[in-house]
Design a protein around this ligand. Structure first.
Ligand code: FAD
Length: 391
């Protein structure tokens, strides 16, 4: 993983230090107060980690999926919300990098992002589209080289803390709901009115209430091409692989706490294997399988992208099914693994104030199945499987 990216070891070491020294100590407070993990994000900015997906020729690190997934999964072991913020930011940067480099405006914007370490958020959800990201009600209006875009979003993670938001909308007021584009709206060009609260079970630090967005700006901020392509080729694979890696990170920290608990029990009765060790062996099998699933697909994604015609293959049914399967599998596995870890730690994991506490992990992991509803994804897979033959 490091041979093509000599600076990766240093970046990973910097991220591990941020995870241990800043994100982990702050995680309980971020969770309890449903507050943005500002100190972690500031440290990521200082370490220039927010420009990790930006190509090297524009000043970034040019990391592929494997490197980004390693960073997100590592941070998740300290704070799930911080890792989700990092992953969602990377997904937005990747959409620009992979679909807008032909635009002088976006090349300059990415150079500015490298210098100023902008934080980018996402608005795909919308009141009235019921969790279906591939349809929009709102539309971008263009006139004299400028756009105007208003959206009523059900959920907008850390939008109040972002420097820009990528917003999905219809290409024009007379376009059908599925003919979408992505528009970058920049801080100063938009007004946000919060419409709902964010008092949730988990992922509380993502600060994701509903917002009404009113925005305007130069037309060049509309990402060229169609969201149908940027969704299939970038937003979906980056979301499902990076999310899976971070859900694994949450589960991995839960298992690490359970393992520590088992070792402590073993120390109390030297020469015997505590009964909880068998449960630990079982859960470590599931954790390993989960890890290999996202690792393999991150590697496959990077290999596809290095191949001529790879971008085209990302539009295939076979690839879409792999992404759906990964997402469903990882989002179901993470809470199951945390649940098993809780059976090992018992009451000390159930309490919120011990070194074995697992409440935050459990609640954070429960969001995974809802972030693009698994039922919605499964019904799309069901339709695809009617016509797909795996050769
Ligand atoms: C932590 C977190 C952060 C988020 N951040 C953002 C963000 O930054 N930006 C953003 O735009 N959105 C964000 N979202 C929203 C998210 O991406 C989804 O849009 C949202 O969670 C879906 O809401 P829903 O459950 O009401 O949707 P729906 O998909 O409408 O699901 C509602 C219910 O219908 C069921 N259902 C749906 N389709 C089917 C089907 N075909 N068959 C059977 N049952 C079905 C589901 O199982 C569910 O029970 C975030 C969500 C979470 C949890």
């Amino acid at each position: 993983m490091t041979s093509d990216f000599p600076e990766f070891s240093a970046h990973l070491a910097a991220l591990k230090a941020i995870a241990a020294d800043i994100a982990a100590p702050g995680a309980a407070d971020v969770d309890a107060n449903s507050r943005f993990p500002r100190e972690t994000v500031q440290a990521l900015q200082k370490a220039k980690l927010l420009s990790a997906p930006v190509p090297r020729e524009l000043g970034g690190a040019g990391y592929g999926m494997r490197q980004l997934a390693a960073l997100c999964s590592t941070l998740a072991q300290a704070c799930g919300s911080s890792a989700m913020v990092l992953a969602m930011h990377y997904i937005q940067v990747a959409c620009i990098v992979r679909h807008a480099l032909q635009s002088a405006f976006f090349r300059r914007y990415l150079q500015d992002l490298v210098r100023d370490q902008y934080v980018l958020a996402s608005m795909t959800s919308e009141n009235g589209t019921f969790g279906e990201t591939r349809t929009s009600i709102c539309a971008v209006e263009r006139e004299d080289g400028h756009f105007k875009l208003d959206k009523d979003a059900t959920t907008g993670s850390y939008c109040e803390h972002a420097d820009g938001i990528l917003v999905t909308c219809r290409r024009a007021p007379d376009a059908p709901g599925s003919d979408q584009v992505l528009v970058l709206v920049r801080k100063g060009d938009y007004k946000l009115t919060q419409t709902t609260s964010w008092d949730t079970l988990g992922m509380r630090g993502t600060c994701s209430p509903g917002f009404k967005l009113e925005s305007a700006g130069p037309e060049e901020q509309i990402i060229p091409g169609s969201f149908a392509d940027s969704s299939a080729q970038t937003m979906v694979p980056y979301s499902h692989i990076l999310w899976s890696s971070l859900w694994w990170g949450i589960a991995a920290d839960a298992v690490a706490r359970a393992a520590e608990f088992v070792r402590a029990s073993a120390r109390k009765s030297p020469g015997t294997v505590p009964p909880t060790a068998t449960r630990l062996a079982e859960v470590s099998t599931q954790l390993q399988a989960m890890r290999h699933n996202w690792l393999a697909l991150a590697g496959e994604f990077d290999e596809l992208n290095a191949r001529p015609g790879g971008m085209q293959e990302l539009l295939s049914i076979g690839w879409a099914l792999k992404m759906n399967n990964l997402k469903i599998n990882a989002s179901e596995s993470a809470p199951q693994i945390v649940h098993k870890a809780l059976q090992i730690t018992g009451i000390l994991g159930y309490k919120n104030d011990t070194k074995f506490s697992l409440g935050r992990h459990y609640r954070d992991a429960l969001s995974a199945a809802l972030m693009i509803s698994n039922d919605r994804i499964a019904s799309k897979s069901a339709s695809m499987l009617l016509v797909f033959k795996d050769n």
